[in-house]
Design a protein around this ligand. Structure first.
Ligand SMILES: [Zn+2]
Length: 189
């Protein structure tokens, strides 16, 4: 199980890892550095996706935590959302941080609806001039979730996410924002 640096989540081997796996460990580190260099070629860092918050009864809402690509953001990004599909769904988010955001969807219809929400997270860099504001995280992380999809760049990287049990529900629900697969490895932060 690789460890990771606190800010950019660069992976590195633990002391108990096998020396013969060093080529994979160095490869993973090289890939993480390359991805960061590519991200820094632009004046903004950003990520977007579409997530299903699930089947929602009429006049009710549901939430889904989404993780960002490890190391993509160095400050809390600004997140915008839009419910898509049938009906006039509402959407929003909470708990944005450098590692993830909890997407919320609301069904104002009388009958049930599986709500998909498009989301866009963007962080302006200092060199982008006016508009490069810094915002503070809105909530402390409640859970640390870890994707284990083989080949996913976030695989094995613990990603803190916020989750408000009063609003989002008693059980954390999370999806990997990189590979799109549900995350079942969740632990209290
Ligand atoms: Zn993943």
């Amino acid at each position: 199980m690789p460890l990771s640096t606190p800010t950019y989540a660069f992976p590195y081997p633990a002391g108990t890892d096998r020396v013969m796996d060093g080529d994979n460990a160095i490869g993973a580190l090289a890939l993480a550095i390359e991805n960061l260099l590519i991200a820094n070629q632009f004046q903004h860092r950003q990520q977007s996706g579409r997530v299903s918050v699930g089947s929602v009864a009429g006049n009710a809402g549901a939430s889904m935590a989404v993780t960002f690509a490890a190391g993509r953001f160095t400050q809390t990004p600004i997140v915008t959302t839009a419910a898509v599909g049938a009906g006039y769904g509402a959407s929003g988010h909470a708990g944005a941080s450098t590692t993830g955001v909890t997407i919320r969807g609301y069904n104002p219809q009388g009958s049930g609806w599986t709500i998909s929400v498009d989301w866009h997270a963007i962080q302006a860099l200092a060199g982008s001039g006016p508009g490069g504001l810094t915002i503070e995280p809105m909530a402390a992380a409640a859970y640390v979730v870890t994707c284990h999809t083989e080949g996913c760049e976030n695989a094995g990287v613990p990603m803190p996410v916020a989750w408000d049990a009063d609003i989002d529900g008693p059980e954390v629900r999370a999806v990997c924002g990189v590979c799109g697969e549900p995350i079942t490895d969740t632990a209290a932060a």
